[in-house]
Design a binder for this molecule. Structure first.
Ligand code: NAD
Length: 472
């Protein structure tokens, strides 16, 4: 893999001020594939200055022109699909087909949606004798994780640019290469210097410096709830805007009368996608007692189709997890599930047979999970599904809402009407009704400790705008 031994600041690749670097490791075979600079607080400061200097002109650029440039960015991303997919597979370990369709494909759709929204959004509204102006917040500090490494970048940068903000991005340590590709795309799209800046580096160093920087007006963070709450505290103390997209423990509720086989199969696929490293994954499947054993049987059979293997090989559906820490964490949860009395009906702890090299885990399904168990409460971030039993709808609501999280979920019922009636009782930011499709315009974000704010579509754009009222 080729990598820039430089940071992207003010429209050029510049050496970092220090010499430290971060190794990028291929999780499928544990080889070091590249190294990138570990930016320091001084590098972050240089990037924030560049973003600040570029802000007035970018904020004053007509939305139609910003829309054109976002369209060019979308075209750049689309034209480099193959390279983006290969890069994400190499640094994250997701199967190549998933990298193409999801990791490279979704960002094209999201960038495209903001090209359109920049052109059509009403940045001004009338309210009685007032005109309300929606103005860009300013310089945005974006901090992203590794699990959907390009999507999470685009879901912050595209709306920020559409709003007229400028950006400094600190991507995850494990996946900096696709962030460098993204920076190349911003340059090729013709974005003015300083509008987008990239500082690779360690979270507690570069990430923290960005969150704490006094000239950053808004911090948009996606990652763990632990780090997110620290960032929220820093931003709160400085009275700056903050958006947090955090963890989840979402419920897939299968109501009596639903198509059980479909609900279970889609549910298993949802949890095992991206090796279970999806914050919105439906990691708890809730099934009525009458059909519980049938659902467990179906889930066991569905899980058998997910054989971990080389993500570059044709037909692989499940690659490794991202790194050794994550592998050990996931295995720790699987062991905990067994200790607490859950019944593993697929998988279990330890490396899959024949895959001792690489950060592989066994796709695991637990039956007889009860709501108080650790595996029913904590986010595992690996291919681990817990199946819980409920007696009636009130109990299903109680279990579904009974965690600190509230990011996503699903409801399956005999018809949409009963599924929607149930969905209204869920404390969560998104619910897919009877297998509803992903919508890149739908607001995405959490209730409770899953976060603050929303990404995607017009709601995502609103995060980057502040309001000024003029009275006549
Ligand atoms: P993480 O919180 O450790 O890291 C996320 C980002 O924050 C990285 O760029 C990291 O370098 C940076 N960071 C770490 N410490 C920091 C600090 N002290 N100050 C500033 N920045 C810091 O999380 P992770 O391990 O990369 O990602 C996995 C977690 O993220 C999971 O819990 C998952 O649920 C969550 N996640 C949530 C969403 C969402 O949209 N809600 C999306 C993806 C991941």
């Amino acid at each position: 893999m080729t990598a820039h031994n430089a940071l992207y600041i003010d429209g050029e690749w510049r050496p970092a001020q220090g010499r430290e670097t971060i190794d990028v490791v291929n999780p499928a075979d544990e080889t070091v594939i590249a190294a990138v600079p570990a930016g320091s607080a001084a590098d972050v400061d240089a990037a924030v200055r560049a973003a600040r200097a570029a802000f007035p002109a970018w904020a004053a650029t007509p939305p139609a022109r910003r829309a054109e440039l976002l369209g060019a960015l979308r075209d750049q991303l689309r034209s480099r699909t193959g390279e983006i997919a290969a890069t994400v597979t190499a640094e994250l370990g997701s199967p190549l087909t998933v990298s193409e369709r999801v990791h490279a494909g979704v960002p094209v759709a999201v960038a495209g949606s903001y090209a359109e929204l920049a052109a059509t959004h009403a940045f001004e509204e009338k309210l009685g004798n007032s005109t309300v102006l929606l103005e860009p917040v300013g310089v945005v500090g974006a901090i992203t994780p590794w699990n959907y490494p390009l999507h999470q970048v685009v879901a912050k940068v595209a709306p920020a640019l559409a709003a007229g903000c400028t950006v400094v991005l600190k991507p995850a340590e494990d996946t900096p290469l696709v962030a460098q590709l993204f920076a190349e795309c911003t340059a090729a799209a013709g974005l003015p210097a300083g509008v987008f800046n990239l500082v690779t580096g360690l979270g507690p160093v570069a990430g923290q410096a960005l969150a704490e920087h006094p000239d950053v007006d808004l911090v948009s963070f996606t990652g763990s709830t632990a780090v997110g709450s620290r960032i929220g505290a820093i931003a709160g103390a400085a009275v700056k805007r903050v958006a947090l997209e955090l963890g989840g423990k979402s419920a897939n509720v299968i109501l009596p009368g639903a198509d059980l086989a479909k609900a279970v199969n889609v549910g298993v696929a949802n949890v095992f996608a991206n090796s279970g490293q999806t914050c919105s994954a439906w990691t708890r499947m809730l099934v009525h007692a009458d059909v519980y054993e049938e659902a467990v049987e179906l889930a066991t059979r569905a899980a058998a189709k997910y054989v971990p293997g080389d993500p570059t090989a044709e037909g692989t559906r499940l690659g490794p997890v991202v790194n050794a820490v994550q592998r050990d964490r996931v295995n720790g949860y699987i062991e905990r599930g067994v200790q607490e009395g859950a019944r593993p009906v697929a998988g279990g702890p330890g490396a899959p047979e024949g895959l001792e090299k690489g950060y592989y885990v066994r796709p695991t399904v637990f039956a007889d999970v009860t709501p108080g168990m650790t595996i029913a409460q904590e986010e595992i971030f690996g291919p681990v599904l817990s199946i819980l039993r409920y007696a009636d709808q009130d109990e299903a609501v109680e279990i579904a809402n009974g965690t600190v999280y509230g990011l996503a979920g699903a409801v399956w019922a005999a018809n949409d009407e009963s599924a929607v009636a149930f969905a209204r009782r869920l404390h969560t930011g998104q619910v897919d009704i009877n297998g509803g499709r992903f919508n890149p315009l739908a607001p995405f974000g959490g209730y409770k400790r899953s976060g603050v704010g929303r990404e995607l579509g017009p709601h995502g754009l609103a995060e980057y705008l502040q309001t000024k009222s003029l009275q006549f």
